[in-house]
Design a protein around this ligand. Sequence first.
Ligand SMILES: NC(=O)c1ccc[n+]([C@@H]2O[C@H](COP(=O)([O-])OP(=O)(O)OC[C@H]3O[C@@H](n4cnc5c(N)ncnc54)[C@H](O)[C@@H]3O)[C@@H](O)[C@H]2O)c1
Length: 336
Amino acid sequence: MIKVGIIGCGFMGTVHANCYNILEDVKVVGVSDISTERAEKIVNLTKSKFFADSDELINCSEIDAIDICLPTYLHKEFILKCCNAKKDIFCEKPFTLNLKDAEEVILKIKEAKVKLMIGMVLRFWPEYTEIKKTIDSGKFGKLKILKCTRISAPPIYGWDNWYFDPKRSGSAALDLHIHDTDYIYYLLGKPESVYSLGKKDEKGWQHIYSSYKYKDTIVNAEGGWDLSKSYGFMQEIRGVFEDGTVIEYNSKTQPLIIYKEKNSELLNITKDKINSINTDGNISEIRGYYNEIKYWIECLQNNKYPERVTPEDAKASLEIVLKEIRSAEIGKGILL
Ligand SMILES: NC(=O)c1ccc[n+]([C@@H]2O[C@H](COP(=O)([O-])OP(=O)(O)OC[C@H]3O[C@@H](n4cnc5c(N)ncnc54)[C@H](O)[C@@H]3O)[C@@H](O)[C@H]2O)c1
């Protein structure tokens, strides 16, 4: 039985707690948050203990692993505390806000010999894993065009409006759009260069459009959280292969479909134990998070490093997004 402590009981803490609750051989035994009200919800959900002092939770001998669901600017500080306590760590994305911090963390987790997995959830999202499988199979030839979109209403649910402070969140470009950047990196590796356009105000980069240069594939991604509240959230992906076959998914309008020359095929995505939950956040679908947490717990159970998302991968995605932001700032393409 893996015993987990959750720090940060907002949107993601609630999502993760629901995932742990339906997995076997894992139990949330303690939670911590500066808001007792938010923590109480997860205490009740998981029948766990509230720790007013997060250091006490991290150092509790009964706990094997810590799940960090804190605002991004706190990730490094809490990962390092977990390293000192020799606890394995799941930390939400983005890894850190800059590369220097990411490098320091990688050094410290190696010294402490602890496992760290960053929540790059698209690598576990059923439609996205199916798309990767189709691309890797090569059955329609090379992927020639890839277009990813991730757009939403502003994340007004966040504690203390931290999402709208670029120094604490990195703004939409770093926080939201990094999911697609990471998925593109997962599929195709590092691009040769990036060119981005964006919309920036006092809350940071609210919307970004990026083109990524690869030898064989034209890639574009859009991410932003400046849409009206009634729009909610939408993720979309379209790939076009060498032979003209299209693979496409849109979370609002269309399940995953492969459009071949003569016919189209609706891909059967297996339903998970739980599909959606109520949270204060802008996503209620839990499937990808469930797969991600399941993988993480299986790694701990089998004493394996989580190779599907390494800290180095999370650092590489961070580096690409930072180059995208720089490109939007100077209005020129940037080599990687
Ligand atoms: N993977 C995804 O799809 C996804 C989606 C949303 C958010 N995230 C990431 O998850 C992380 C958390 O985001 P969220 O939406 O849950 O934020 P949130 O604002 O809903 O929750 C953050 C929680 O941390 C608590 N907190 C703040 N400072 C604290 C401290 N010093 N000690 C203890 N508790 C503290 C707050 O009270 C709040 O309950 C962020 O890094 C975010 O980017 C990932």
